[in-house]
Design a protein around this ligand. Sequence first.
Ligand code: FES
Length: 188
Amino acid sequence: MGRMTRREFLFLGAAVGATAAVGVVVPISITARDTVGVAGEGSSPGALVGVFRPERIASLADLEVGVPVTFDYPAPGQTNYLVKLAGPTATGQGPDEDLVAFSRICTHMGCLIDDYNAATATLGPCPCHFTTFDFAKDGGVILGQATQNLPRILLDVEDDDISATGVMRLIYGYNNTLLDVASVGSSA
Ligand code: FES
């Protein structure tokens, strides 16, 4: 399994610790062939982290600042953008903390968003109800109907290889990141 960044590791540790402290069972299970587990912070769905089989998604050397790379993860059809930002950000990953990856499926009603604006590091407006999300601020909502950040894809960078390893927050249409998910790589 690919490694999490130190930040993601600390987040998971805090989530498990907080959950255990209030006596709630942390749901760690294997319901899909390539799913490793999930940790949640109490009943907050926004804190859920699904950990899946790592999938290589891009070459670090091939990335250009502001040019999104499309990839599906953790399942076919669950499409995301990987972007190298112009500089480091609080949730950036990789050696320069400038790599981010988010779902392109709008958290309002599930419409697919294509338009990435490199100048503002934003995704949107969504073609359905105009929500725009900020890639430099953890996929947060700038304007529009959505109230939830975009699901963030956890990344692992080993030399030139960038891999997806998990998903933080729920993808639209799923009430549990683990359920009914067959990994992108499961048919290979
Ligand atoms: S589905 Fe995107 S704003 Fe409504």
